[in-house]
Design a protein around this ligand. Sequence first.
Ligand SMILES: [Zn+2]
Length: 116
Amino acid sequence: MIKLDPPYDLRSVARENQFLPVVYDMGGFLVILLTGKIGWIDMTPPHSWKEETDPRIIRMAQYTASEKYSELSSLKPMRPENAIECKTCEGEGKIDHPSNAYACYCGGLGWLLPGE
Ligand SMILES: [Zn+2]
């Protein structure tokens, strides 16, 4: 007999750890805590937390959250004047891929800051 892991209950994990999942990645979630902090939570117990410090990843989380949850639409990052068009997606924010599961390097915004 094959023994499978029990189904993953994301709602309980999110409630217990007080976060809103934004992006799923291998082994964890990019989340926004109820405190407003953005970071990573491991999928497996004890669901360790690591605050994100990369401004590009933080913008991706804010943008994705603003698209996913209408109540958070104000989180959408504003494009600064010195922003440059993302060469990967040519400013579209999306990568042409059959799975449609891969986010562009720019996180969907279509722009990056100089040096990113
Ligand atoms: Zn892009």
